[in-house]
Design a protein around this ligand. Structure first.
Ligand SMILES: Cc1cc2nc3c(=O)[nH]c(=O)nc-3n(C[C@H](O)[C@H](O)[C@H](O)COP(=O)(O)OP(=O)(O)OC[C@H]3O[C@@H](n4cnc5c(N)ncnc54)[C@H](O)[C@@H]3O)c2cc1C
Length: 140
């Protein structure tokens, strides 16, 4: 039941990922949604004082991607288009380079079998990550 007409305004405290998605959900039931955050959210893409984890690389698993896509249809395509390009060269050469860097440059070989396993996993992880992006944007 969508009874948006007589519910005037919802207030969401916090305008990061959870707050923005919560705002999207309640937007179906209120005439307007006010998001309050203690940071200045107008600076698009800049690091924010209240979200220090924003500096770290984040992985979005398929389940989360699907849930966000249900709320915001087309968001995956927008994110892919706004992100880095993955060329065939990068897909082919970057994983072996990751192995080389992890195992030799970063001295992983000193850790024996564990170092070899970590270098292999790092290379495989990079390959899967780039393959997924490449697969989702074949024309780029
Ligand atoms: C090192 C690291 C790596 C991570 N890697 C991953 C990953 O790979 N994949 C993954 O899914 N998750 C990862 N996470 C977890 C993920 O970062 C958090 O789960 C996610 O950022 C939480 O989002 P949130 O919107 O709930 O909170 P936050 O992003 O912390 O946002 C809270 C918001 O509320 C605002 N706020 C706080 N207090 C107030 C107040 N009193 N008044 C007004 N506004 C306020 C803040 O300004 C901020 O905008 C990682 C976390 C860390 C630390």
């Amino acid at each position: 039941m969508n009874s948006r007409s007589h519910r005037k305004q919802a207030v969401v405290i916090g305008g990061s990922i959870a707050g923005l998605l919560a705002a999207r959900v309640v937007a179906d039931y209120f005439q307007s949604v006010l998001i309050i955050d203690r940071d200045d959210l107008s600076k698009n893409g800049e690091q924010r004082r209240s979200v220090p984890q924003g500096r770290h690389a984040h992985a979005l698993l398929s389940g989360g991607q699907g849930a966000i896509e249900n709320l915001l249809p087309g968001i995956s395509r927008q994110l892919i288009d706004a992100g880095e390009k993955v060329t065939w060269g990068r897909l082919i050469f970057e994983p072996p380079w990751t192995f080389f860097r992890t195992y030799f440059v970063n001295l992983g070989f000193l850790d024996g079998v564990e170092g070899l396993a970590i270098a292999n996993m790092a290379a495989l992880y990079n390959f899967l990550k780039y393959a997924k992006v490449r697969f989702m944007s074949p024309g780029r």
